[in-house]
Design a binder for this molecule. Structure first.
Ligand SMILES: [Zn+2]
Length: 495
């Protein structure tokens, strides 16, 4: 292929219920922004943008690098900041015209002040710039809230098929292939979209386990249907009060509108008919530990989903640390408590020092109180490391000032930036061997499985007093704009 393919993206998972300090400002975006030729350096890591760059290069296309911005999950961006980043992306596209195709990495649940569907707004603006005949394709996180506007403005929307997300580069390359066939005149992507009034429990999204395994198997059945170019399920991102919230399906066929609509109906109906399977009941940490001990499967990993830093939580809830200390559950580790004060205190004291600290519980009344500990500083770090995957393999990360602390064989890693544990690389860089623990608490919902599943004896997603309740009835929705299951048992799909 010899086409000029514009590549870029703005990725943000917007959490309307995030604590005020979980901001999304230009400064936050700027931490992970690549512009123009900087994108050409990519290609090796397991991300969507790397997959685009490598994919276009592999098929011999000309990469027109725009801009790529990634923000940590947090509160909606201000209108001005949203406009600043999108204006830059669009300006770069305008300056590059004409192009033969546009590939975008968009999370799919991005919102800004007064804009419920920021991804839709970006796609609409891109379409206006490039006109109706230039193929526009986007790849989304599995936790996307896909909307009518997004589907209307793009030729192809593709969603990841793994949680933890480990197929970013693969889905991007799948999309590059679709782009190559489209630009070369060998395919005419025709997309159908269905929105589902459904909130999907995170516990039931893990693709290595039933029932989510069945959903992925169902997608593979659609892949095999004649004329189907791509099929996707978006499980939704529920922690924002917006009419965009909910699950969705996409089916793309080769030029056949009727069968695209029919397949989308059929896939959407299957997801809807299984709606009870996608729900789960709360689980206390105590019940999870008792279950793990009875099974004798160590380490017991407790995923503290309500304080998932990656989902927009502050990451300094102290329930599990307090429980480990009170019940003398050791050796154990809590990963990671976001507490820049304690990290600095440890750094000032130095490795080997014994210090009194008040760990966590400072961001929100529900997450405290802080835990008084007399700890030994086992390691200190500036917080820079590289993920070893499979999720984000090769991606560089910054935790900010960090420290490994220990009291009575209960270990805590404190960090300064809001990051969730995804693999073992950061702990290994400190010298902490997670596989030697009997109990592990991770402030993550699913992504920790990328590196922790191979060493885990048993894994439980537990419910604590975090700010991101996974009990949908506890979330203060007022703007969903339709009956949504399971909040309303009478909700229906209407087709
Ligand atoms: Zn996600």
């Amino acid at each position: 292929m010899t086409g000029r393919i514009a590549v870029g993206g703005i990725e943000h998972e917007t959490c309307g219920f995030a604590a005020p300090q979980c901001t999304t400002t230009l400064e936050d975006f700027e931490k992970q922004t690549l512009r123009g030729d900087e994108l050409l350096e990519l290609g090796d890591a397991n991300t969507i943008i790397d997959g685009f760059v490598r994919g276009v290069r592999d098929i011999g296309g000309e990469i027109i690098p725009l801009m790529w911005v990634k923000g940590t999950t947090g509160r909606p961006a201000s209108r001005t900041d949203f406009e600043t980043v999108t204006t830059e992306l669009l300006g770069r596209l305008q300056d590059s015209l004409p192009v033969d195709g546009v590939l975008l990495s968009l999370h799919g649940s991005f919102a800004a002040e007064g804009i419920d569907d920021a991804d839709g707004a970006i796609l609409t603006a891109v379409r206006e710039l490039v006109g109706p005949d230039c193929p526009v394709m986007a790849v989304h996180d599995m936790h996307c809230n896909l909307t009518e506007e997004m589907a209307r403005s793009a030729d192809v929307l593709v969603v990841e098929r793994t949680y933890p997300h480990v197929d970013m580069a693969e889905r991007a390359q799948h999309t590059v292939q679709l782009m190559a066939h489209t630009v070369g005149g060998r395919s005419r992507p025709t997309m159908a979209y269905r929105s589902l009034p459904l909130l999907w429990s995170a516990r039931k999204m893990m693709t290595a386990e039933p029932p989510m395994q069945d959903a992925i198997a169902k997608l593979r059945e659609f892949d095999k249907q004649s004329g189907v170019l791509s099929a996707s399920i978006g499980v939704g991102y529920q922690w924002i009060d917006s009419p965009a919230v909910g699950a969705s399906v996409i089916v793309v066929t080769d030029g056949d509108r009727g069968s695209a609509e029919q397949y989308a109906d059929s896939l959407g109906r299957w997801v809807w008919d299984c709606r009870e399977s996608w729900q789960s009941e709360p689980l206390t940490p105590e019940a999870a530990i008792a279950c793990g001990i009875e099974r004798g499967q160590f380490p017991i990993v407790l995923a503290e989903q309500g304080d998932n830093t990656g989902g927009g939580a502050p990451g300094d809830a102290t329930d599990l640390l307090r429980l480990f200390l009170a019940e003398r559950l050791a050796p154990s580790a809590v990963l990671y408590v976001v507490d820049p004060d304690v990290a600095s205190q440890a750094a000032a004291a130095g490795m080997g020092a014994e210090i009194d600290v008040q760990v966590g519980g400072k961001s929100h009344a529900r997450l405290g109180p802080p835990v008084s500990m007399r700890v030994k500083v086992r390691a200190i770090s500036a917080g820079r490391f590289t993920y070893d995957g499979p999720m984000w393999a090769g991606v560089k990360e910054e935790m900010g000032q960090a420290a490994w602390l220990e009291q009575d064989d209960v270990h805590v890693v404190v960090i300064s930036h809001r990051q969730q544990p995804v693999d073992l690389a950061f702990c290994r860089s400190l010298g902490l061997d997670c596989s030697q623990m009997r109990y592990l608490a991770v402030k993550s919902t699913g992504h920790f499985r990328s590196g922790f599943a191979p060493i885990a004896g048993s894994i439980f997603n537990v419910d604590t007093a975090g700010v991101l309740s996974h009990d949908f009835r506890q979330l203060p929705y007022t703007r969903l704009g339709r009956k949504v299951y399971p909040l309303d048992e009478t909700a229906g799909i209407g087709w």
